[in-house]
Design a protein around this ligand. Structure first.
Ligand code: ZN
Length: 571
């Protein structure tokens, strides 16, 4: 359960960009005598009403047919379903009328053609759920957080670009930041409510309240970072991570033209180390536990999601299910590798990340699945989802090594990534497996065909090469105990504990309340610590969550006889 929760985080990008294309929004229609009545303009007033309501007023021109289809607010991943905490939908004027079928998330407005429509509605949090929900609004007297899917709009903005104006009516002391800027109480931007990844307004985040907002200058372009809550790290440490990761990845891609980027960190109100994140339109949001001791988790989620700005958004797949091995696997590889290259991850931790991928791949009963099986099973069956990430990461590591061997160290997978960007995003083409194979052949020659067939298409077992992590790590075959938490991790209590497992031996019992958790990843060699409470009081219990069952697999061991040679491999 916990695994799925944590994993769904990395998987969330799939939903955000599923089915995307690269249609760029058009410029605002000009030349109209009355810009207010231009079909491309929509103006909102977003007003906070104490203690937990947002009133949204929307003004836009009716369709020239006199019947305007309007899409109502919906949850971030439930866009066909009306958000049930929307209320007080009101339409101003006598010659206008709402035709509401009462189901689904759209209504029609009947009016004189091209008339300026004024609609208002109220949003409240889903009180029954309690706590923070990343995909639905949080509105309270301290802050608000919501996604662009909460903005009602005419259906036509799925196909034509919208010129959006938002006027914010918020408490004076509140700060304000979002996917389009910060602090300005009147914002204007272009976008669409369609399924395209670039400029998609659904996939955006808006925050206001007691956020601490930092403006960073990265290669002369603006990056805004907003954070609230009390963390185990200083804002300076967090801001430095944002700066280094974004600067490092832009340098990697040699891509410095992004005019604006927004990153938000919001406490999720949960025990450690629950974590979530969304890669969004020119923005990223992370939801972590304030009790998390490890800055590495924030660094990794930011690195993974920000890399998707290219692998998924700028290098957008033609058919997502066919290229998850690349969009997730290569993203996962570089979310570690670039941090090693720029000096914010040490070599031992990088090797540990590769070993984690090997463990998750070798211990999976789906490890020999074909690419079609793994692609179709993504986000439907956990084992296939895992396979796309970790088998894909090993494909990246092996191809990196092969390109280095073939070029005698002159080239690496980095060059292949830049070529792929040239061949896809920069040429206006969508990513396909055929393009990847063609570019791979430019680096390794005729061997590309067999490698591609074995590593990607048919899913033959990949054995990590001895030299793939440079001169300071080598492969040994090891017997590894299988990971097993040993109980069902319910939201608050331990249940279905295995009486023969390590957790029981360490003192866990069914019914104990879980107060807090500490773990690094779901692998057998990292201990899990749980803070539990029962009649005897609260205490921490630490154990290795493994079974007696072992699996043989290759693992890298670090052997730093010559530290300078290690560095020369990744710097
Ligand atoms: Zn991802």
């Amino acid at each position: 359960m916990k695994f799925k929760f944590v994993f769904s985080i990395l998987g969330s990008f799939y939903f955000v960009l599923n089915g995307c294309a690269t249609n760029k929004p058009n410029a605002l229609t000009t030349g109209s005598a009355d810009p207010e009545h231009s079909p491309s303009v929509i103006e909102y007033v977003v007003k906070y009403e104490s203690p937990s309501t947002l009133e949204v007023q929307a003004s836009f021109a009716a369709d020239s047919s006199g019947t305007t289809a309007v899409v109502l607010p919906a949850g971030m991943y439930e866009r066909d379903k009306r958000y049930e905490k929307m209320s007080d939908l009101r339409l101003a004027g006598n010659d206008v009328k709402i035709d509401d079928p009462g189901h689904g998330n759209s209504i029609s407005i009947l009016s004189p053609p091209d008339k300026l429509i004024h609609l208002s509605y109220k949003l409240s949090p889903r009180a029954t759920q309690g706590g923070f929900e990343a995909d639905f609004p949080t509105i309270n007297d301290t802050y608000v957080h919501f996604n662009g899917s909460m903005l009602l709009h005419p259906e036509r903005f799925a196909t034509i670009s919208a010129h959006v104006i938002i006027n914010w009516d918020l408490p004076k002391k509140w700060t304000l930041a979002n996917s389009y800027g910060s602090e300005k109480r009147r914002q204007e931007f272009e976008g669409n409510f369609g399924k395209t990844s670039i400029g998609n307004i659904y996939d955006t985040v808006f925050v206001a309240g007691d956020f601490r907002v930092y403006s960073l200058d990265i290669f002369s372009h603006s990056v805004v970072f907003a954070v609230r809550g009390n963390w185990k790290f200083s804002d300076k440490e967090l801001t430095e991570v944002v700066r280094k990761v974004i600067a490092g990845q832009r340098t990697f891609w040699n891509d410095f033209d992004e005019p604006y980027y927004f990153a938000a960190l919001v406490p999720n109100g949960k025990v450690c180390c629950r974590i979530g994140g969304h890669g969004l339109t020119q923005s990223f949001s992370a939801y972590l536990s304030e009790r998390d001791q490890s800055l590495d988790r924030f660094t990794h989620v930011l690195s993974h999601e920000h890399f998707h700005h290219w692998t998924g958004e700028k290098i957008a797949p033609e058919a997502w299910e066919q290229t998850y091995w690349f969009t997730e696997g290569f993203t996962e590889y570089y979310s570690w590798k670039i941090n090693l290259m720029i000096g914010i991850l040490n070599y031992e931790d990088f090797v540990d990340a590769v070993n984690t991928a090997i463990y998750k791949y070798y211990s999976s009963d789906k490890r020999l699945a074909t690419n079609v099986e793994a692609g179709n099973g993504m986000n439907k069956e956990g084992a296939y989802t895992v396979l796309n990430y970790y088998r894909g990461m090993l494909v990246a590591s092996e191809w990196d090594a092969e390109i280095r061997r073939k070029s005698h160290g002159a080239k690496s997978l980095h060059d292949l990534m830049l070529s792929l960007y040239d061949e896809t995003g920069k040429s206006g083409k969508l990513l396909t497996n055929a393009i990847v194979e063609k570019v791979f052949a430019e680096y390794v020659g005729t061997e590309a065909k067999t490698r591609f067939e074995n590593d990607v298409v048919s899913g033959k077992l990949i054995r990590p090469s001895d030299d793939a992590l440079g001169p300071c790590a080598h492969v040994v075959d090891k017997k590894i105990n299988r990971y097993d938490l040993g109980f069902v991790n319910g939201p608050t209590k331990i249940s279905k504990l295995n009486p023969n497992g390590n957790g029981y031996a360490a003192g866990l019992r069914d019914g104990q309340e879980i107060l807090d958790e500490k773990f690094k990843d779901f692998v057998p060699w990292d201990p899990v610590s749980l803070q539990v409470r029962d009649q005897a009081g609260a205490r921490w219990i630490t154990y290795y969550s493994v079974t007696g069952d072992t699996i043989e697999m290759p693992m890298y061991i670090v052997d730093r006889k010559d530290p300078d040679r290690c560095k020369s491999w990744y710097q």
